[in-house]
Design a protein around this ligand. Structure first.
Ligand SMILES: Cc1ncc(COP(=O)(O)O)c(C=O)c1O
Length: 357
């Protein structure tokens, strides 16, 4: 696939300098067409019948396998979810943490992780987002590390595998800004929560959760997908869990959404990571003469900077939006964040820089 082919997949790029994949990735024509086709089938044939249910159960099998391949996970450790937050909730509710337990997290986490952390009973220890601070906070009470692999505030990469190895503690990785943006292997990690709608450019709501050892996590939020089809459940509610991580799947996801996700997961070219990293580096360099860039070199695909000329991040984001440049502000940080993907071209970056003056 050439760069021109790749770019042509995403109609939004014809009009907008779309630099907000950290919130939602661009949808491709192929993804939208697959969703529309299934939607039409739902309308014409009704959401019923053997063929419908067979499709609704076969597609998740395919999608688990595709997601597993993306992050080098065994397919039976992957559950389909509706979001990153969904995955964090499944893990934190299932671990059965108690008030005397501690979980270490960082100052730069999204509420998608922080919310589920605070809903657990554990004491949350918040430290600076560096490996040194995280490891220094480990105590005999620490039960879990819960951190992002790429910080949503500034794109910094945290060495999650090293943290797991050095601490010997289970780790929950929020991979919202990493999977699809940079190469990710989940090997050696305990729990990894992944969105489908960001860097994988899938429909919303979609996501996945990797649970390395499904038998070791309690099913705290059972759904119709939690019990074994062979053993079923009894009238008192007791059930034999379905094999693998699919037991944690919280919801039926519409066939149209699954069909769209399947297209999205198979559309990235093999040069995607290289190209996205190069474009992010280029943006850093282009912004350097104009604004205070807070993202260090050689991080992920988010580039954050302080608004110029005493303007607020909201003002800058609004002005850029009027000019057809889509970025976002990071609340409470007074930062503007641009998301650079494998589909981003020089003109997108020029439009952003020009819009700042
Ligand atoms: C680091 C991080 N974690 C979690 C989330 C929440 O993602 P989701 O909407 O998939 O739950 C976001 C969303 O931007 C994020 O940036």
């Amino acid at each position: 696939m050439t760069f021109a082919d790749a770019r042509a997949m995403f109609p939004v790029l014809q009009r907008l300098a779309y630099l907000n994949t950290g919130s939602f990735g661009p949808l491709s024509s192929g993804t939208a067409a697959a969703m529309a086709e299934e939607g039409q089938r739902d309308l014409a044939d009704g959401r019923s019948g053997l063929a419908y249910f067979e499709r609704g159960l076969a597609l998740p099998d395919e999608l688990r396998a595709l997601k597993a391949e993306l992050v080098a996970a065994p397919p039976d450790t992957v559950a389909l979810t509706a979001s990153t937050t969904d995955g964090c909730n499944v893990v934190l509710s299932g671990l059965g943490l108690r008030p005397e337990d501690e979980v270490i997290t960082t100052t730069d986490e999204h509420f998608g992780l922080l919310g589920p952390l605070h809903a657990s009973s554990a004491r949350i220890v918040v430290v600076e987002p560096t490996a040194e601070s995280i490891l220094a906070a480990v105590s005999p009470r620490t039960r879990l590390l819960a951190v992002s692999q790429v910080l949503w505030t500034n794109g910094r990469i945290l060495p999650v595998h090293e943290l797991r190895e050095a601490s010997g503690l289970p780790i929950l990785v929020d991979a919202a800004q990493s999977v699809g943006a940079i190469p990710v292997s989940v090997q050696g990690l305990d729990f990894v929560a992944i969105p489908g709608q960001k860097w994988l450019c899938g429909p919303d709501p979609t996501g996945a959760l990797v649970v390395a050892d499904p038998d070791a996590l309690r099913i705290a939020r059972p759904s119709s997908f939690s019990f074994s089809r062979d053993d079923g459940f009894d009238v008192a509610g007791a059930f034999v869990p379905r094999p693998g991580a699919a037991r944690f799947e919280p919801n039926w996801i519409s066939v149209a959404t699954l069909a769209g996700l399947k297209v999205a997961l198979t559309q990235a070219p093999d040069w995607s990571f290289e190209r996205a990293a190069a474009q992010a580096d280029q943006l850093r360099a282009m912004l350097a003469g104009h604004v205070d860039v807070v993202t260090s070199p050689e991080q992920a695909t988010l580039v954050a900077f302080r608004p110029p000329d005493g303007r607020t991040a909201a003002e800058v984001t609004g002005t850029l939006m009027d000019l057809g440049v889509v970025v976002r502000e990071i609340p409470r940080r007074e930062l503007v964040r641009a998301s650079v993907g494998w589909w981003t071209n020089e003109e997108d970056l020029d439009r952003l820089v020009a819009g700042l003056s």
